[in-house]
Design a protein around this ligand. Structure first.
Ligand code: ADP
Ligand code: MG
Length: 452
């Protein structure tokens, strides 16, 4: 960072802090802690990544995220340029900020949340099977269901269940050697082992355990060689009847680029899906969480939240935490009522609704050179399907409109079409560089229009 001005250093620190706020400690240490800022150009910022792998991973998975944070902090639409250390031009980086990952770091960073236990997990029709399977596995690791594969959209309790299994097993006896880790850590450990060459330690670590829990296994999709290694790890454990538990945001066959032999292995045991909670389950969860947060909330307000808060439990929790914060700012009120809740939800919605569907449609038609009427039409030409799906994906991502509303704006399509489009583009984005570049461009155009 040596040739940055004081102001630029300050800006970079702010960006880093924002990234830290918006990521889990795990993600931050794995992918962001090692970055350092090199240069601010007129329309571009150059950031040094510790290695090519990290650079590519960030480009594929986090570039929109980093750009949006940079834009948020600087109010300027910088292009992000990630580079790796150039041996010919060592002056370009400051070795003191160079980041090294030791295999043992993986261990240190694995963090188990003690509150994510079975006691705090509310069971409803949406997660009953996943919960029952998780309990069965923790009662008899390696015998009940192997592997146990839990999938479902974010924020519905997959990580919670994985932690609960581990806590339960550890509490019952110390005869089991357990290991929980986010898939990103496995990937990273693999990469650092390529550099260190210490395969003995690597294999020993993963193959001498009784219960291996890997969270967000869909992240394996990005690296073929890591999948290969995971395949061997899986086989080694499975053949010795060791328990394997995996979570993913989609069923195995929907993980992009993953090989059939892995898919079929994931299906050997029990696959179970977690669905968004029904109204009744949401009410029960909200009541439990308000009790934990020690907030006093009327039943009407709970009902209102259950109907209006998002389908993700994580978002419900976020809303409640905000409500608790608001409530503590106006201590006159003893009970939280609907009006306060509406206020909190509205302030959320306003932020999310900032970009309108019209702007998205405008931007998409302009970038792809198609007409709005073509997007609305029923024509199935490839050149029109893609922009149409991109528009739906962006509307999902950037607005607060419901699936039905988005379908309505897209020429009266139904919600399953919107879900399909959203999934499809998210997948494509990971494997197709052109698409990911185009998306980034459109998104930054859209956010730029809102800068003052
Ligand atoms: P995922 O891993 O599926 O994205 P998490 O396990 O991180 O979701 O859950 C998000 C939040 O919602 C966590 O705070 C978790 O405790 C909470 N949560 C999810 N499902 C339940 C449930 N059934 N009962 C209580 N809390 C839940
Ligand atoms: Mg999770």
């Amino acid at each position: 960072m040596s040739h940055l001005s004081k102001g630029e250093k300050q800006t970079w620190l702010l960006i880093r802090e924002k990234i830290r706020e918006k990521t889990t400690p795990q993600q931050f240490t794995t992918w962001f802690a090692g970055l350092c800022m090199i240069k601010f150009n007129v329309d571009e910022i150059c950031v040094l990544a510790p290695n090519t792998y990290c650079k590519e991973w960030l480009e594929d998975n986090y570039s929109d995220f980093i750009s949006s944070v940079v834009n948020e902090v600087t109010n300027t639409n910088y292009k992000l340029k990630l580079i790796v250390k150039d041996r010919k031009n060592p002056a370009d980086y400051d070795p003191s900020t160079h980041y090294k990952l030791h295999p043992t770091d993986v261990e240190k960073r694995t963090y188990i949340n003690k509150n994510y236990n079975f006691k705090n997990f509310l069971v409803g029709p949406c997660n009953r099977l996943a919960h029952a399977a998780a309990l069965a596995v923790s009662d008899a690791p390696g015998t009940a269901y192997n592997p146990l594969f839990i999938h479902g959209p974010v924020g519905l309790g997959k990580t919670h269940l994985l932690h609960a299994i581990l806590l339960h097993i550890q509490k019952r006896s110390n005869q089991f050697n357990t290991l929980y880790l986010p898939c990103e850590s496995f990937v990273n450990h693999y990469i650092s082992t390529i550099k260190s060459g210490d395969w003995d330690a690597f294999r020993k670590r993963y193959r001498q355990i009784d219960v291996l829990l890997i969270d967000d296994i869909h992240f394996l999709s990005n690296s073929q060689s890591t999948r290969e290694e995971f395949f061997h790890t899986f086989n080694a454990l499975y053949s010795r009847r060791k328990q394997i538990v995996l979570s993913s945001d989609c069923p195995p066959e929907d993980i992009p680029t993953i090989e059939d032999r892995l898919i079929s292995r994931f299906k050997w045991g029990l696959m179970t899906r977690i669905d968004p909670p029904s109204f009744e389950t949401s009410v029960a969860i909200i009541q439990k969480k308000t009790a934990l947060l020690n907030i006093n909330i009327s039943y009407e307000a709970v009902r209102y939240l259950a109907v209006n808060a998002s389908s993700s439990i994580r978002e419900i929790e976020g809303t409640l935490i905000n409500i608790a914060r608001h409530a503590s700012l106006s201590p006159g009120k003893s009970k939280i009522d609907i009006s306060l809740i509406k206020q909190v939800i509205k302030s959320f919605t306003r932020q999310k609704n900032y970009i309108g569907i019209e702007e998205i449609l405008n931007s998409v038609t302009k970038n792809f050179g198609v007409q709005l009427s073509q997007l609305h039409s029923k024509r199935k030409l490839k050149s029109i399907i893609l922009p149409r799906q991109i528009a739906m994906y962006l509307a999902r991502k950037l607005t607060n409109l419901s699936l039905e509303e988005i379908g309505g704006y897209m020429g009266g399509r139904d919600h399953t079409t919107v879900i399909h489009a959203d999934k499809k583009i998210r997948k494509l984005k990971k494997i197709d560089r052109n698409i990911s570049i185009t998306l980034r461009k459109i998104e930054s155009e859209l956010t730029k229009q809102h800068k003052h």
